[in-house]
Write a protein that binds this ligand. Structure first.
Ligand code: DX5
Ligand code: ZN
Length: 256
């Protein structure tokens, strides 16, 4: 029996909600993770900041390794020069590794390097190589990289903190990246990260993205389980409304 790859698992469950775990109560991490598992969340997002690319310093490979969970681990590396650092995140058990071209002199090389790395916990499942883009970065930077990545993460806020407001230009950027992906003929997952709330998650899912990162909306207010369920359900509804729209448009075009 063939084991589905991490990429296939994500693609089959789109829209995937990936929960930013650093917004949780880190002293109760085990129980917070258990709540996410109960809610049906499949992916946990770890915002790695090094105090250089981002003013904040958060966690590194030992934290990712310490996350005892069946959830997929989505490592968002907001760090300077990841070339000689990604291997440690992969060895720590990351399933998705996203790097930033803004902080990387050899972004193509890092992606090439990751192509031959093995998923540490599930070698047969493979890694998903992601490229994240800050709100101020021209999208053209993606073009030469499209053959060496499986995932594009559009940041809807400037990296550094949770709880910021989604930047309105994100919608247009997502639409443009979708056109770039379609023109490439490659299967590439698309995600949005930052500023996702109960009020806008359905609209973001309706843009047709595959993965949505959310942190504070899950850990603020009600219990994480309740919030996570709400976010997943709203994302599903948003994605469903888009599919409906696409079907009606297609039917309209097919009218004689
Ligand atoms: C921004 C991070 C995001 C962010 C998500 O630097 O990459 O993952 O913390 O948190 P919320 O959902 O609170 O914007
Ligand atoms: Zn992130």
């Amino acid at each position: 029996m063939t084991v589905p790859t991490t990429f296939d698992l994500l693609r089959q469950s789109t829209p995937v909600v990936s929960v930013g775990i650093l917004t949780a109560d880190l002293l109760s991490l085990g129980s917070e993770l258990a709540l996410l598992e109960l809610s049906g969340i499949g992916v946990v997002h770890v915002d790695v900041m090094d105090g250089c690319f981002c003013p904040m310093m958060t966690v590194g490979p030992p934290f990712i390794k310490a996350l005892k969970t069946p959830l997929l681990k989505d490592a968002h590396l907001m760090i300077d020069e990841p070339l000689h650092k990604v291997a440690d995140y992969v060895a720590a058990g990351a399933d998705i590794v996203t790097i930033h071209p803004e902080s990387c002199s050899h972004v193509h090389r890092v992606l090439q390097q990751m192509r031959v790395m093995k998923n540490a916990n599930h070698p047969e499942k493979g890694l998903v190589r992601g490229v994240g883009l800050n709100p101020g970065t021209p999208l053209e930077v993606l073009e030469p990289l499209l053959d060496e990545l499986e995932f594009i993460l559009i940041l809807a806020v400037n990296p550094g903190w949770g709880g910021q407001k989604l930047i309105a230009a994100t919608e247009g950027r997502v639409e443009k990246v979708k056109r770039m992906i379609a023109a490439s003929g490659r299967e590439i997952l698309l995600g949005v990260d930052g500023g996702i709330t109960r009020d806008n998650i359905a609209a973001v899912a309706a843009l047709g993205v595959d993965l949505i990162v959310t942190g504070s909306a899950v850990f603020d207010g009600k219990t994480a389980e309740e919030n996570a369920k709400f976010m997943m359900e709203a994302a599903r509804k948003g994605a469903g409304s888009r599919q409906q729209e696409v079907r009606s448009e297609k039917a309209g075009r097919e009218q004689p």
